[in-house]
Design a protein around this ligand. Structure first.
Ligand SMILES: [Zn+2]
Length: 156
């Protein structure tokens, strides 16, 4: 399947590190209603003090898939960054749903990553499902069992 992943000219402050064995996809939302990949990059770099955008991939409201850290170690899930791919969608899914185009891109991207790393649907986790995470990420309106179910259907 064809997938279009947009490369931005993000400047990272530190060199990329290679991922170890990838065991999970971790799903996030920005928790900000309108945050572009560029704004996220700037926020993570200037406010968080990280090398640059922490997510491996970022999906805009119009469904555009943007490469962040790509297939390198990200900064999105404490203790899991070396062994997972973090996908973030713009939006506050405590109060709004992902757009249809965003969701379609998410399924497509997950399928692509899962084939690349030979993952199965149960290895797709929401950020809040990780031990010790207090926030609702990827948002209260996102039912993660339903996400895994949809991914399993999509993979067929
Ligand atoms: Zn998160």
């Amino acid at each position: 399947m064809e997938i279009e992943i947009v490369q931005k000219n993000f400047q990272f402050l530190e060199p990329f590190e290679p991922l170890e064995e990838v065991k999970n996809i971790i799903v996030h939302h920005t928790s900000r209603v309108n945050m572009t990949a560029e704004q996220c990059h700037e926020f993570h770099q200037k406010e968080r003090g990280w090398s640059g955008i922490g997510y491996n991939f970022f999906i805009e409201k119009d469904g555009t898939i943007v490469e962040g850290r790509g297939h390198h170690v990200g900064a999105h899930a404490y203790g899991f960054n070396r062994t997972s791919i973090g996908i973030c969608m713009t939006g506050d899914f405590d109060i709004e749903n992902p757009t249809y185009k965003q969701w379609t891109s998410f399924l497509k991207l997950s399928d692509y990553i899962m084939k690349q790393y030979q993952l199965s649907p149960h290895q797709v986790l929401g950020h809040r499902e990780l031990e010790g995470v207090q926030k609702s990420c990827p948002g209260k309106l996102v039912n993660l069992n339903e996400v895994r179910h949809q991914i399993a259907e999509y993979l067929h």
